[in-house]
Design a protein around this ligand. Structure first.
Ligand code: C2O
Length: 527
């Protein structure tokens, strides 16, 4: 079947947040934008009409886009942006995917306000691999900024109103839920479909007196586990079930940043409340303490609990033989800059290469063999190995280039992402377009190629599209290059993406009839 969201207008709307009113860019005048609800294997058609004065493109974060890179959305990677007054129809199929994903603008920092959830229900008649929750609710976490800049940004969370049935959230910050379906009935179960749409914040989520049962991340089922804290990085999605076994009262929800890097950031916690119907007195408000900002152990416990469901119906298809073994360092750097205040600028890099955005979309250049747009010599490892997590090297300069790494169709990849201490070690949520990958290992310090692979989990590693590389540590992922096209990979902290912490893979067409990028649609925007 086909989901049509005709005329999704990108328009300005007035929003009052943090005590100021200002026009923001929205979809259909809504913030967060509308939830796209579809089913597994549906074909989705979205016509985007740009009514603002900025260039716009929309990315369907986590949608595989098998052979349909033209609909993936990152500006200058798979398409030129939709110019003011322009229109583009995104058409893609949700092949074999079900769960929570999200969509967001993928040009400049527009995704701050241009984003919304994607809810992909299982095929009709196919149950969840866990007891069906009584209610489902989309929760989009985000950040807003005061207009005078990044230093004044502040956290907030936005609770979107009801999803499938039932009224839930009464206002932006308060939810009223029924403790039981009826008097004397069993407790209700609510599945929260949580999206982290924040620009630069990994977040902890807690609810007073409640535990979460995590059942899915990044639209892939996991072995259910119970936790009092959820960790969710920008770009990630998490489905978690809560059970309403508490008494009438008000239960605080705390959303707070996780940051264990030795650099100062905003540590404000934002709160909402979950209110059970019934008599409310001041004595039945239950508070919750957020984890300290640098709670590495809490973060580790959460990440180590994530395992693929790996059932007969939902097997974990981890690549066991590897054709391309890659080692990428990620970090920051300082480059000379003639026009900058101090004569230098902070940059970010992968394998010491700061990605330079092209002015022609890379997928076009690849498809039509336009030369001079990119090179395919992205290095498989750093040119000069060093002690990545040791003392800071003296030379902080990076090289620049629009370099891609070329993969034959259906080749298998192991990629070790190594954080470095260049300027400061920091956790980086790395997102790969066009694929899910398996997180086979992670560790602190320098990756040891002789020792660490021995402890990789090749049985039930979590499968996802965005993974946190730990501060001063590494993460190893595996995937199969079964999707021809050009696929962006970048840090989902917007500030790092802007500084150049990004690269792209070019996956060649296969031999078979159904192994090639489809021809571009006629309305593909021009640069
Ligand atoms: Cu959610 Cu390239 O992004």
């Amino acid at each position: 079947s086909v989901v049509l969201l005709i005329n999704n207008l990108v328009v300005m709307a007035n929003a009052t947040k943090l005590c100021e009113s200002k026009p923001i860019v929205t979809v259909n005048g809504r913030f967060p934008g509308p939830t796209l609800v579809a089913r597994e294997d549906d074909t989705v058609t979205v016509k985007v009409v740009n009514h603002v004065k900025y260039n716009v493109s929309i990315h369907w974060h986590g949608v595989r886009q098998l052979r349909t890179g033209w609909a993936d959305g990152p500006a200058y990677i798979t398409q030129c942006p939709i110019q003011p007054g322009g229109t583009y129809v995104y058409k893609f199929t949700l092949t074999g995917q079900r769960g929570t994903l999200w969509w967001h603008a993928h040009v400049l920092w527009l995704r701050a306000t241009v984003h919304g959830a994607i809810v992909i229900l299982p095929k009709l008649g196919v149950p969840y691999p866990f007891p069906k929750p009584n209610k489902e609710v989309v929760v989009v976490l985000g950040t807003v900024y005061r207009s005078f800049g990044i230093l004044m940004w502040c956290l907030f969370q936005f609770w979107l109103k009801k999803l499938i049935n039932g009224e839930w959230w009464k206002s932006d910050t308060e939810a009223v839920i029924n403790q039981a379906q009826k008097l004397g009935g069993a407790p209700n179960t609510y599945m929260l479909r949580i999206v982290n749409a924040a620009l630069n914040e990994e977040l902890f989520v807690r609810i007073a007196n409640h535990k979460f049962t995590v059942v899915e991340v990044d639209a892939v089922y996991v072995k259910p586990f119970t936790t009092d804290t959820i960790l969710i990085a920008p770009g990630q999605t998490t489905n978690a079930i809560i059970t309403t076994t508490q008494k009438a009262g008000k239960y605080l929800v705390a959303v707070s940043p996780f940051m264990d890097a030795p650099i100062a950031v905003d540590n404000r916690t934002t709160t909402a409340s979950l209110r059970y119907s019934g008599i409310l007195t001041s004595s039945n408000t239950k508070l919750v303490a957020p984890p300290p900002q640098n709670s590495t152990p809490v973060a580790n416990t959460f990440m180590n609990s994530l395992r693929s469901l790996n059932s007969a119906t939902y097997p974990a298809k981890v690549p066991l033989t590897i054709n391309h073994s890659l080692f990428f360092t990620i970090g920051l750097g300082i480059n000379p800059c003639a026009t900058c205040v101090n004569g230098s600028s902070v940059v970010a890099d992968i394998n010491n290469i700061t990605f330079v955005m092209p002015t022609t979309a890379l997928l076009q250049a690849h498809y039509f063999n336009i030369s001079g747009v990119f090179t395919d010599d992205f290095p498989s490892k750093p040119s000069m190995p060093y002690n990545y997590t040791g003392p800071q090297p003296t030379n902080l300069a990076t090289n620049k280039g629009t370099k891609l790494y070329r993969l034959p169709y259906n080749s298998t990849v192991q990629l070790v992402l190594q954080d470095t201490g260049m300027i400061a070690a920091e956790s980086h949520p790395i997102h790969l377009h066009g694929f899910n990958f398996f997180v086979v290992g992670r560790g602190i310090g320098n990756f040891n190629p002789n020792k660490d692979p021995k402890s990789f989990n090749l049985v039930d590693p979590v499968e996802r599209n965005t993974v946190g590389v730990p501060t001063g540590g590494w993460t190893a992922i595996r995937f199969k290059a079964d999707n021809p096209g050009v696929w962006f990979m970048h840090c989902h902290l917007e500030v790092h993406t802007t500084w150049g912490l990004k690269m792209a893979f070019v996956v060649d067409n296969g031999e078979g009839l159904n192994e090639s990028v489809i021809p571009p649609p006629a309305d593909l925007p021009k640069c």
